[in-house]
Design a protein around this ligand. Structure first.
Ligand SMILES: Cc1cc2nc3c(=O)[nH]c(=O)nc-3n(C[C@H](O)[C@H](O)[C@H](O)COP(=O)(O)O)c2cc1C
Length: 211
C-alpha cells in the first residue's frame, strides 16, 4: 500500500494526527564528550535537553561517554566491516545505529577535542555515515570552537554532515550558578533554536537518502 494512501486511511480512522506526529519524529542522540571527574559536560547537556523539550522533530536520548565507558579501541577488524568481537562495541553500534542525528556536547582540551570522543567515533563507521551532526561547545575565550573545527575534519571521514549552526559558549563558568547548574542566556537559546531547525532539515533529507 502506498504511503499517501496509508495516510488517507489513517485520516478516516482518526489516527492521522498521531501518525503524522510519529512520522516527524527522528531519533536524536546527544553525546557528552567529557568523562573526567568534576566535568561540566553534564550540566550543559542537561540545559540542552531542556531546550529540546520545546521542539517536536526529535525524540532525544542522552549518551554519556563516561557511563558508556568504552575501552581504548580494541576491535581487530576495520569498523566498516561491522565484524565486532566485543559486547561493548555491539552495544555502542546499536545505540549509534538507532540515531538519525547527533549533537556532541564538547569542551576544548588543548585546542582540540577530548580523546574519549575520538575513541568513541573510531569504534564505528557505517553507524555514523550520512547522518547530521550539531555541536554544543564550551570553553574559555574560544567557546570550544577550536575543538569543533578539529572535529569537523574527523567526522567528514565518517561521511557525517557537520552543521554550521551551533551553540558555542565562551566563559561558560559565568553561566553556572551556585548549585552547579548551567543557565543559558538569550543568546545561547537563540543559537540552540537555530541549530535544532537546521538539524531537522538535514535529518529529514539524509534519512531519505539512507533509505
Ligand atoms: C586537559 C584540559 C585542557 C584544557 N584546554 C582548554 C583549551 O584548550 N581551551 C579552553 O577554552 N579550555 C580548556 N580547558 C578548560 C576547559 O574549558 C574546562 O576545564 C571545562 O570545564 C572542560 O570541560 P569538562 O568540565 O566537561 O571536562 C582545558 C581543561 C582541561 C581539563
Amino acid at each position: 500500500m502506498s504511503k499517501p494512501f496509508q495516510i488517507m486511511q489513517m485520516a478516516f480512522s482518526g489516527h492521522l494526527n498521531f501518525k503524522l506526529y510519529q512520522e516527524r519524529m527522528y531519533q536524536l542522540k546527544v553525546i557528552i564528550a567529557s568523562t573526567r571527574p568534576g566535568r561540566k559536560g553534564p550540566t550543559i547537556a542537561n540545559w540542552l535537553i531542556e531546550q529540546l523539550k520545546n521542539q517536536s522533530d526529535f525524540e532525544v536520548e542522552l549518551l554519556d561517554l563516561k557511563e558508556i565507558n568504552l575501552p581504548f579501541m580494541d576491535e581487530p577488524e576495520h569498523p566498516r566491516l561491522q565484524q565486532y568481537q566485543h559486547e561493548h562495541t555491539k552495544a555502542w553500534s546499536k545505540k549509534i545505529n538507532a540515531g538519525d542525528a547527533f549533537i556532541f556536547v564538547t569542551p576544548e582540551y588543548n585546542f582540540g577535542y577530548p580523546a574519549p570522543l575520538k575513541n568513541a567515533l573510531d569504534f564505528l563507521y557505517q553507524e555514523w555515515t550520512y547522518k547530521p551532526l550539531g555541536f554544543v561547545s564550551y570553553g574559555g575565550i574560544s567557546g570550544g570552537t577550536r575543538s569543533v573545527q578539529m572535529l569537523k575534519q574527523v567526522v567528514t571521514a565518517l561521511k557525517m554532515v557537520p552543521l554550521i549552526e551551533a551553540v558555542h559558549i565562551p566563559y561558560f563558568n559565568k553561566n553556572i550558578d551556585d548549585e552547579g547548574e548551567f543557565i543559558g542566556d538569550e543568546g545561547h537559546i537563540h543559537m540552540a533554536q537555530g541549530l535544532f531547525k537546521e538539524l531537522a532539515r538535514w535529518t529529514k533529507q539524509l534519512k531519505t537518502m539512507r533509505s
